[in-house]
Write a protein that binds this ligand. Sequence first.
Ligand code: HEC
Length: 119
Amino acid sequence: MIRKQIFPLALIAAAALLAGCKPSYPPAKPVSQLNPREFRGYQVYQQDCASCHYADHTGDLHGPSLFAMYQKKYLPSGAPANDDRVSATIMDGHGIMPGFGNQISRQQLQNLLAYLHTL
Ligand code: HEC
């Protein structure tokens, strides 16, 4: 009797453990549902980032995927996934990634961050 009740629980626990090993994230917000600011960020992304980073799925292009970037605690480099670090990466560059400090205005950067938060 008791065994019958424990078995399903054990299955759920095992599934939770497996899920914990390879976390899956909710899909990015569809472009059609972006607010105006996020959409302007999406346009910056298309122009300056999409050639090197996927935004809608995991997997590397020239750089690491940015999908679910803010849903994780750390960036691929191990730095914390927060606006300060991401802004510095975008403006100053990182490793072989070029910096965009001369091309992106503060306003565009804020829009871009808003968009990245929807991924
Ligand atoms: C020419 C290709 C290229 C472009 C364009 C580019 N990146 Fe990158 N990006 C890279 C590469 C390569 C890395 C990995 C660098 C490393 O680990 O040294 C990277 C890393 C990153 C990281 C992770 C940093 C970390 O600490 O792990 C973020 C965030 C990022 N890019 C955001 C962006 C955004 C936002 C844009 C658009 C403004 C952009 N990138 C444009 C190539 C690019």
